[in-house]
Design a protein around this ligand. Structure first.
Ligand SMILES: NC(=O)c1ccc[n+]([C@@H]2O[C@H](COP(=O)([O-])OP(=O)(O)OC[C@H]3O[C@@H](n4cnc5c(N)ncnc54)[C@H](OP(=O)(O)O)[C@@H]3O)[C@@H](O)[C@H]2O)c1
Length: 336
């Protein structure tokens, strides 16, 4: 396992982070996960050298944080825990209350990385940042991060203070951050923490057609708005996506590596990426995902993979929001 510094801090995080969203007992997107599998996934990640865990108060209404604390037990002090304050709780007093509730569920005195989950147009970033900085000054938070912040919200934040990371959807099938948000993170030393790095399972190659993908995962702008769970109203790019998956499979087979791991290694070769947050739901998946932390791709292979997904990149355009036509990651009125 390799480790990288988080932003400008002295915190070392493993390049593979265990994501804890799909470890809850019942979730709208993911359905049921068995508690023993969830605990064993976290233990397997730890044993494979993963020291970075990402959760949120919003995952299972706090259940994900509780499961993480339970699985880590006495090893909690050895790891870096990132959690998030939900979009609904960004008023300064709410942030304090919700941070303290997360600390109780995590059975910790400190959250290593406290993140704003999504920006909110009606609460100035400066107000939320004031509360986050106070928590950091009191030692309840070690570092401040954000998630789903586009350029306009990042600019507001920079006028107010400093964040160390931006957690963004980024994978071979989802590359809009490459246009503006990613370069801005690089320029300012914000670590990019990539979520949905295997496109919610698509990049493992286990789905041969859209019909095989669980319904709730067929919601993003990759899929046609004719699909029942979408709300973006766009045509999607299903053909380009499956062509790209076929090419990634070929490249991965020639390397003798699982497609998901090749996809994560490609991310780790991109500028500014600090860690890849992947949601293994059982110990087998977690062990396999952690192995991507030791996989380095030749430059030529990185270029071949970029080329394979260029048509998907063109089709989804510059909007970084995976689910909606109107980009919720930028302030209303921001021109991309
Ligand atoms: N900040 C945000 O707004 C945001 C949004 C989304 C996610 N996240 C974070 O990022 C983490 C990961 O993202 P994600 O869960 O959306 O997507 P992901 O990591 O791309 O995909 C996870 C899903 O893929 C399947 N999978 C995982 N490892 C596998 C393997 N080795 N082989 C085959 N299938 C495998 C599992 O589902 P099945 O086994 O059921 O197929 C799993 O639930 C989350 O846990 C969360 O911490 C953050």
């Amino acid at each position: 396992m390799n480790y990288r510094k988080l932003g400008r801090t002295d915190i070392d995080v493993s390049v593979i982070c265990q994501g804890c969203w799909s470890l809850v007992s019942d979730d709208f997107n993911w359905g049921h996960n068995d508690l023993q599998d969830s605990i064993a996934a976290i233990e397997a990640s730890l044993d494979a050298g993963v020291n970075f865990f990402d959760t949120a108060e919003g995952y299972g209404d706090g259940e994900s944080e509780e499961i993480l604390a339970r699985a880590l037990g006495g090893r909690s002090k050895e790891v870096v825990i990132a959690t998030k304050c939900s979009r609904g709780n960004l008023a300064p007093d709410d942030i304090r209350e919700h941070c303290e509730a997360s600390l109780r569920r995590l059975k910790r005195d400190t959250i290593d990385l406290y993140q704003i989950h999504w920006p909110r147009p009606d609460i100035p970033v400066a107000e939320s940042m004031g509360a986050m900085e106070q928590l950091r000054d009191e030692g309840k938070v070690r570092a401040i991060g954000v998630s789903n912040f586009g350029v306009s919200y990042m600019q507001d934040l920079q006028r107010a203070g400093r964040a160390e990371s931006n957690q963004l959807c980024y994978s071979l099938l989802w590359r809009p951050i490459e246009h503006a948000v990613g370069p801005m993170c690089v320029e300012n030393d914000w670590s990019i923490l990539c979520y949905s790095p295997i496109a919610q399972g698509l990049l493992t190659g286990k789905f041969a057609s859209v019909d095989e993908i669980p319904d709730k995962r067929v919601r993003t702008r990759l899929f046609s708005s004719q699909r029942p769970n979408t709300s973006h109203g766009e045509p999607g790019c299903e053909h380009e996506m499956f062509d790209a998956i076929a090419r990634i499979r070929e490249i991965s087979e020639s390397l003798g590596q699982p497609m998901g791991n090749v996809s994560m290694a490609w991310l780790l070769a991109q500028p500014g990426v600090g860690s890849v947050i992947v949601g293994g739901r059982n110990p087998g998946q977690a062990r396999q995902n952690a192995a991507a932390g030791d996989l380095a791709l030749d430059e030529e292979v990185v270029d071949q993979l970029s080329e394979a997904t260029e048509p998907v990149k063109q089709a989804v355009g510059t909007n970084c929001d995976m689910w909606e036509h109107e980009n919720r990651m930028e302030k209303p009125g921001h021109v991309q």
